[in-house]
Design a protein around this ligand. Structure first.
Ligand code: GLN
Ligand code: ZN
Length: 770
């Protein structure tokens, strides 16, 4: 029997209905009942889409008001004690407190800095494997207890059943759930909680069965990681136990090959196994060999991480032998949850028909599964029209002159071997730059953006809608630059920036001006909670028809005698935050982007911009899930950065910036970027992150962030002094810069001004000390 299903579906809604309902609820404009109604309407609609597309089951349990990991925290009754819930709050209110924390706010928006006023911090947020989706991190300690504590999931199953759907429930498996959490006590091993957690799972599975669920899909994506032995060993026992609930289990893996866990995963006492045939297609054969014939093999044949239409002929060629060989059931599915792609792209009004025809959103991917199922079950003749249409679209994409631009490939091939190296080693560049800029010890700067006020957003939006003509728009942006420069002059910032008022997003801004990128109107993907991103579609060879930032930076430089820092986004970050081509390696695409950024840096330099920053906040998040693949990635990623950065002369000072990262395991590669200055996010780790740079003897200059820009709290000069003194214990003062953790676009001016004034004061005190 061939069946189709999906591991999960986008939850935010085509018009981002969930986002807007959530935000209205948080502002107190709609009550919990109205929000629940929106949520229920959305998942009912999404189940209907799955049923209409002919899937054998609808997936229940993938919906969440904020995040599915947070749902599990409530489901298993392990809300951290630090939130101090007293039993009077509703489950939904507690849920949003876990997700968003309790803020302490002063009337003027500036916090006095009293630690008592910090409020209760939300659960930490971190990236879900190598995606751009952020989950809320469970917190575990020796006192953690588990008990089924939420009826929500059972309610959803009942709701789906009452609508006549056949139900498969999606759950995060117990081992992945524990793995994803963090522990506060250093010596504590989360795995010790497994025995306490399993009974709650068993009880839940039994209840789901009683409620009419036919299958439970239990996601264990950690099977694609390099796991410690104890975790690997725990799988057998875990699934023996879960099996006692007698609800058929589909163990789901994705994002990464199983490798050393492959035979173990095939032998676990579960009724079926799902594998990611896009990222781990090379294992399909051995899985088909290892997986006992009575078990279901679910093949993730349609890419759940990208938006290209599936090459159905190629998919069928891979599926046919499996269908012929395996006696047991063969299920077809997307490679992973469709949470990571937009709901639909075929009808998107912002893109031309040709391009749209190459794409598939979640809905279209479900249709592809149906075509594949029918072709296998009833013969290709039963779907010849659909196959022909898909074939034509793939062929059009393959041969389009919009995709291939031979001059780009030719330029890359002709690149000199020295293109990724600066002319002279760092010490010589340093001397040249010092002579040119004569910066004081502990120079001060910011990371790029200044507050994006309502006026700025309104001007940008009006310009985009065509309601604000180009000259008026430019005048408005120049006024913002004037303002940002004047503020920085008054504050005494040594290396000012223009403020990035003209940028809506650090990737979109560049993508819109580069050839090879397209933008959808509604291609939203959830990033966290109500936050969605609309990643650009990088469909073709990249080229830069004209300078992208030079006019703004040159204007900003004309307003000050201080060296204005030009601001670019790096190739790896542009790659990482876009939907990119699957018809050439990511490395090739990264190098093409690198060339465009290189040209921009050279043009900035020619326009008199002597300091240029190339942001690469996503460099680390691009690391493959498997360690063995790290070197290969780091090789091309760092080369792409250097190609972008190394077109400038020695006397031009090249900065880079990275945030949200644990750098210690890639320090050699960060040093190999050879940026003259790197600014990093460090304040929340209390400068601990810098120790690694110290022991590695990081050679170039470094600006460890001195305050957290995510919070309205204004750091005192003393706070900053303390952090910088700590920094100076591990990095020589001559190497240190003073700057915030990241860009200031989400902040307001009063707290920004106050914080930067303290930062400049701290830098002056440091200079006096040394
Ligand atoms: N230059 C960008 C800004 O300041 C950097 C943002 C980032 O690192 N995420 O907004
Ligand atoms: Zn940053």
């Amino acid at each position: 029997m061939i069946k189709t299903h999906t591991l999960g579906y986008p939850r935010i809604g085509l018009q981002r209905e969930l986002k807007f309902a959530l935000e209205r609820h948080w502002r107190g404009e709609i009550d919990a009942a109205a929000l629940e109604e929106t949520g229920a309407a959305l998942h009912e609609r999404h189940w209907a889409e799955q049923a209409d597309a002919g899937l054998d089951f609808v997936t229940v349990g993938d919906f969440a008001f904020y995040d599915h990991v947070a749902n599990h925290i409530q489901l298993f009754g392990c809300e951290p004690a630090r939130f101090g819930f007293d039993g009077r709050e509703t489950a939904l209110a507690r849920y949003f407190t876990l997700a968003r924390g309790v803020a302490h706010e002063h009337a003027d928006g500036i916090c006095c800095g009293n630690a008592q006023h910090a409020g209760t911090a939300a659960l930490e947020m971190t990236k879900w494997f190598d995606t751009n989706y952020h989950y809320l991190v469970p917190e575990f300690d020796t006192a953690t207890r588990f008990a089924l504590a939420s009826e929500r999931l059972l309610g959803e199953v009942a709701q789906a059943r009452s609508l006549g759907h056949r139900v498969k429930v999606a759950l995060i498996g117990p081992l992945s759930f524990l793995w994803l959490g963090k522990t506060r006590d250093a010596g504590f091993d989360k795995l010790e909680l497994l025995d306490a957690l399993l009974p709650a799972y068993v009880q839940l599975l039994a209840q789901l069965k009683a409620a009419g669920a036919e299958w439970a899909q239990v996601d264990e994506p950690i099977l694609g990681l390099n796991l410690p032995g104890a975790w690997i060993l725990a799988f057998e026992r875990t699934y023996q136990t879960l099996n006692t609930a007698q609800l058929p289990l589909l163990l789901a893996t994705y994002f990464s090959p199983l490798e050393e866990n492959l035979s173990m995963a095939c032998k676990l006492p579960v009724a079926g196994l799902h594998v990611d045939a896009v990222r781990a297609g090379h294992e399909l054969q051995s899985i088909a060999d290892w997986l006992p014939a009575h078990k279901v093999l679910s093949v993730g044949i349609v890419d759940g991480r990208n938006i290209w239409r599936t090459d159905l002929d190629a998919a069928l060629a891979r599926l046919l032998p499996l269908a012929q060989r395996r006696g047991g059931d063969l299920w077809l599915a997307p490679s992973c949850s469709l949470l990571h792609v937009p709901l639909s792209l075929r009808e998107d009004g912002a893109m031309d028909l040709e391009l749209r025809g190459w794409l598939a959103g979640a809905r279209e991917k479900l249709d592809e599964l149906q075509v594949l199922r029918r072709a296998l079950a009833e013969g290709e003749g039963s779907v010849w029209l659909e196959l022909r249409e898909a074939r034509a679209a793939c062929e059009a994409r393959r041969t389009s002159t919009r995709v291939r631009r031979p001059e780009v490939a030719a330029r890359l091939a002709a690149l000199s071997p020295n293109a990724d190296r600066r002319a002279s080693p760092y010490p010589e560049r340093r001397a040249a730059q010092q002579e040119r800029f004569n910066l004081p010890l502990y120079p001060t700067t910011t990371i790029g953006s200044f507050p994006q006020t309502a006026a700025i957003r309104a001007a940008r939006a009006a310009h985009k809608r065509g309601e604000l003509a180009q000259p008026e728009y430019e005048a408005a942006m120049r006024r913002e630059i004037d303002h940002a420069v004047a503020e920085q002059e008054a504050l005494g910032i040594d290396v000012p920036v223009h403020g990035e008022a003209e940028r809506n997003d650090m990737v979109e801004y560049f993508g819109e001006q580069l050839d090879g990128f397209a933008f959808s109107a509604n291609g939203w993907v959830q990033s966290y909670g109500s936050r969605c991103v609309k990643p650009p579609v990088l469909f073709g060879d990249v080229a830069r028809p004209a300078p992208m930032t030079v006019a703004w930076s040159a204007y900003a430089q004309s307003r000050t005698a201080r060296p204005m820092k030009g601001m670019l986004t790096g190739p790896v970050t542009i790659l990482q935050w876009s939907f990119v081509r699957d018809d050439q390696p990511r490395s090739a695409t990264a190098l093409q982007i690198a060339l465009a950024i290189r040209d921009e840096a050279i043009d900035l330099e020619a326009a008199g911009i002597g300091i240029i920053q190339i942001d690469e906040p996503a460099l680390r998040e691009g690391l493959p899930l498997r360690r063995a693949a790290w070197d290969g990635y780091l090789d091309w990623a760092t080369r792409a950065f250097r190609i972008a950065a190394c077109g400038v002369q020695d006397r031009t000072q090249l900065h880079t910036h990275m945030c949200y990262a644990e750098f210690n395991d890639i320090l050699p590669q960060i040093a190999a970027l050879d940026a003259d200055v790197i600014t990093i996010e460090t304040s929340r780790s209390d400068m601990e992150l810098l120790r690694g740079f110290g022991s590695f003897a990081y050679p170039n200059a470094i600006g460890p962030g001195v305050y957290d820009i995510h919070s309205p709290r204004v750091p005192s000069a003393d706070d900053i002094l303390r952090l910088m003194r700590k920094a100076a214990e591990v990095i020589a003062p001559e190497q240190l810069w003073v700057n915030p953790d990241c860009g200031l676009k989400t902040r307001a001016w009063p707290e920004t001004r106050a914080a930067l004034a303290n930062m400049v004061q701290a830098a002056r005190l440091l200079r006096r000390e040394s």
